[in-house]
Write a protein that binds this ligand. Structure first.
Ligand code: COA
Length: 165
């Protein structure tokens, strides 16, 4: 698996993963393209190694064609605010879950954020989202506070988690 910066070639794949994933924030196309262009944004994708090596053996044109939705396993989106960052969106395609993709996305992001001078990362998660909570806990995040009935449809508390980088 390879984790790298999002490019607009991956937009359709990212939207497809998001829309199959109700726990993810449901963003519009321009939310991704604006974040990717924003110096205060960090948008990473994980792609499968098999497709990376197949495309690197091809020419440039095939490489572009090779970046199809099958190669994108998941994505993570952050915003930087001074020396803090927020995880704004995260999803892994259902068929690729529990194989370390979420952890790889966060690991790579933490390294990049640290190098950009970020000291602390925050995120919000639904209280019932056990896979995400398991991921954050396993990566050293801890609960900072609870926001009562923060989420609508269905109404549910949000846990605010943070990690000192
Ligand atoms: C949360 C999510 C990103 C995790 O991605 P993933 O690639 O499956 O996670 P990983 O395989 O990297 O798992 C890393 C750790 O997370 C925890 N974890 C992952 N899936 C879990 C599950 N279903 N239940 C409990 N813990 C889980 C485990 O601690 C795991 O470590 P282990 O494999 O050593 O046990 C994925 O389930 C997902 O896309 N969910 C829907 C979208 C979402 O909830 N986004 C977050 C919104 S705040």
């Amino acid at each position: 698996m390879n984790v790298r910066q999002f490019t607009e070639q991956e937009l359709a794949a990212v939207l497809a993963i998001q829309s199959a994933c109700p726990e993810a924030a449901q963003w519009r196309e321009e939310d991704y393209t604006h974040l990717a262009r924003d110096p205060a944004g960090l948008l990473l994708i994980a792609e499968s190694e098999a497709v990376v090596s197949a495309t690197s053996a091809m020419g440039q044109e095939e490489q572009i064609l090779g970046c199809n939705s099958a190669s994108v396993l998941g994505f993570a989106a952050f915003c930087l605010i001074a020396d803090e960052a927020e995880l704004r969106n995260l999803a892994v395609a259902r068929e690729h879950r529990q194989r370390g993709v979420g952890r790889a996305l966060l690991d790579k992001a933490h390294g990049r954020l640290r190098r950009a001078g970020v000291k602390r990362v925050y995120l919000e998660v639904r209280a019932s989202n056990n896979p995400a909570i398991g991921l954050y806990a396993s990566m050293g995040y801890s609960i900072l506070s609870t926001r009562n009935k923060y989420y609508p449809d269905p109404p549910e508390d949000a846990y605010v988690w943070s990690l000192d980088l």
